[in-house]
Design a protein around this ligand. Structure first.
Ligand code: NAD
Length: 399
């Protein structure tokens, strides 16, 4: 019998954790984590009203969005979609400060997700991953099939699975031979909005099925909500999410989690304050962390005597970070974090010493709160006109 992944209980535990974090945030900062929800034209039947108010709504919407972006007492901004047809949803979403974009739809956050460089992740895909994490320990090498390629579920969930080193196949309405593709999956995430699409014989024994679909169907005079997979046919799966009570409750829990993430980040950047504060806090002073004489072995160099040979590189890394919370200083950056980065880069880059230094600096900047990275690399030997040492300083652009 397949395990039913209890989204309601998992979401409740997540919300309880977020509540604790929120209390800690308030105690430490004197500010309450705040989510602003923008509703436009909440009476879609009233076309005339919407039309008449359109110009004003758009203007006011944008203006108040700017105010919310700048307001240090607001940590998350959510625009309730869909917007009335006349309003350009893209323009509105683009106007949200990416640091406050708790829905993760801003192009900056989409880009960060696709490059695996942090940022805020859309709530439903995040919820799917949280549910999968309760039954799967190691994602590496698992075959994942995602059904649906929407920007809010299919694509981001595929990227998150890819980031966890799954082999991902994204499918959609025009995909040929969908049942056979699904049969290859260890993980099936279905977000198609097609009731009962995934049948039991599409799913291989022991697979995990995450059903994102929410479909209202009428049964005689009753209406009920069903998913995109036929739950009753999934007994041979390892685990399956029910609808309702699976992914749905996780979406709101992840929204709260994202709001907390945004609040801590804004706080770290001196952009959070209690309501009524007249000004933004002054920019936080940075802290410098330095690690010297890291020895890394890498296959780096252009000359014949360098090629195909492991070289022992000596690395000195200095990073400037925005002050973390006292209890987080060790997690922010330390010897081990830099060593891990340096080793990963050394394992994948067999090019020039400058490229190596730049890659290490770039990866340091990906770490939370790092605003500047300086990397010096020394190589024990090079031809007379070859490079034996280099130094790179890179500053974060978006902070
Ligand atoms: P969408 O309509 O934007 O995208 C649907 C995708 O599924 C498309 O890429 C389409 O090509 C594909 N698709 C549709 N029918 C298919 C079929 N028969 N075979 C293969 N692919 C098919 O939808 P969306 O916004 O991604 O939402 C998908 C479903 O997830 C909906 O039921 C929606 O209500 C639900 N949803 C649930 C939550 C939640 O919190 N649980 C959140 C968002 C969406």
């Amino acid at each position: 019998m397949a395990q039913t992944i209890d989204g309601t209980a998992i979401a409740a535990a997540l919300v309880a954790g977020v509540a604790e974090d929120a209390a800690k945030f308030s105690a430490e900062t004197g500010s309450v984590p705040t989510l602003a929800v923008i509703l436009v034209g909440n009476d879609p039947a009233s076309e005339i009203y919407v039309n008449r108010k359109l110009a004003q709504t758009r203007k006011a919407g944008m203006r108040s969005l700017e105010q919310l972006n700048d307001d240090p007492s607001v940590h998350g901004i959510l625009v309730q979609l869909p917007l009335p047809g006349h309003i350009d949803a893209g323009a509105i979403l683009d106007a949200i400060d990416p640091l406050k974009d708790v829905d993760g739809f801003h192009p900056v956050n989409v880009g960060r997700l696709s490059t695996g460089t942090g940022g805020l992740v859309p709530c439903t895909p995040l919820g799917c991953m949280r549910l999968l994490e309760t039954v799967i320990e190691d994602f590496r090498g698992l075959k994942a099939v995602v059904i649906g390629k929407s920007n809010i579920v299919g694509k981001p969930v595929a990227l998150l699975l890819l980031e966890r080193e799954c082999t991902v196949e994204v499918t959609h309405i025009f995909t040929r031979g969908l049942p056979d593709i699904v049969r290859t999956a260890d993980i099936v995430v279905v977000a198609a909005g097609s009731p009962g699409l995934v049948r039991g014989d599409w799913v291989k024994s022991g697979a995990v099925v995450i059903d994102v679909g929410i479909n209202r169907i009428t049964d005689g005079d009753r209406t009920r909500v069903v998913g995109d997979a036929v739950f009753s046919e999934m007994a041979h799966a390892r685990a399956v999410t029910p609808v309702p009570g699976g992914v749905g409750p996780m979406t709101i829990a992840c929204l709260l989690e994202n709001t907390m993430r945004a609040a801590w980040k804004l706080q770290a950047e001196g952009r959070s304050a209690a309501p009524g504060a007249a000004k933004l806090l002054p920019p936080a002073k940075s802290v410098t962390v330095s690690v010297s004489n890291l020895l890394v072995e890498a296959n780096i160099g252009l000359y014949a005597h360098e090629k195909g040979r492991l070289q022992r590189l000596n690395l000195h890394v200095t990073v400037k970070i925005l002050p973390p919370r006292r209890d987080q200083i060790d997690q922010t950056i330390d010897y081990n974090a830099i060593m891990t980065i340096a080793n990963e880069v050394a394992a994948t880059h067999t090019t020039l010493i400058e490229t190596f230094a730049m890659q290490v600096a770039k990866r340091c900047l990906d770490l939370d709160r790092v605003i500047e990275a300086e990397v010096a690399v020394e190589k024990p030997a090079a031809l007379p006109n070859g490079v034996a040492a280099t130094r790179v300083v890179m500053a974060s652009k978006d902070r």
